[in-house]
Design a protein around this ligand. Sequence first.
Ligand code: GRF
Length: 200
Amino acid sequence: RRVAVLISGTGTNLQALLDHTKGGLSGAEVVVVVSNVAGVKGLQRAQEAGVTTKVVPHKNYKSREEFEAAVNAELQAARAELICLAGFMRILTGSFVRAWRGRLLNIHPSLLPAFKGMHAQRQALQAGVTLTGCTVHFVSEEVDCGAIVTQEAVPVLPGDTEEALVERIKTAEHRAYPRAMELVARGKVVLREDGTCIRS
Ligand code: GRF
C-alpha cells in the first residue's frame, strides 16, 4: 500500500513508520510526507529517508475546504492509498474524512475513549490513573472517536511529570503505529460500514 503521512512537527512517529517500511518487508511504503508547517523536523526526517515532501501551509488558504483540496491534490499526485496522521495539528472536515473513510489513521496519546482532545497525557495525570497509553484508530467525523486498530498500555509512575509521561507514551506509539499501519495495509484490519473493525 502507498502511504502518505501528514505531519505538523517533530515527526518521531513518522520516523518510526519510515524505519518500519525500509527494507522492503512491509506491506506499506511511505510515498509522500505532507506538512502544513514549513521547516519542521519531520520534513527533514522524510528527506533523509529519500521520501518526497510537500508543504501545504494552511495559512495560504481562505478556508479549510481549500486547504484540504490542496492536500488532496498532493495525495492524488503521489497516488496515496492510505493516510497516516502523525502529529498533524489540523482538524479535517467531514467531507475529507468521508472521502478517505477506512483509509485514514490517527494516533492519540491515551487509551481511547479516555482523554480525548488536547493534552491527553496531562489529563491522565490530573485524573490520577495508573495506566494510560496510546491508540491508533480509523479517523471518523467526531474527533478521537473512530474504530480502534491497536492500543498499547503505558504505566503512569509515581512522581511522573507531564514531559516524562509524554516521552514514555511516545516509545509505545513508535511500536503501535507501525503495527497498526501494517495491519491496515495488509487488509488484516478493515473498517466496516457500521464503523467497527473486522480483524482476520
Ligand atoms: C504524538 O504524541 C501523537 O500521539 C499526537 O501528536 C504527537 C506527535 O508526535 N497525535 P511526533 O511529531 O510524531 O513526535
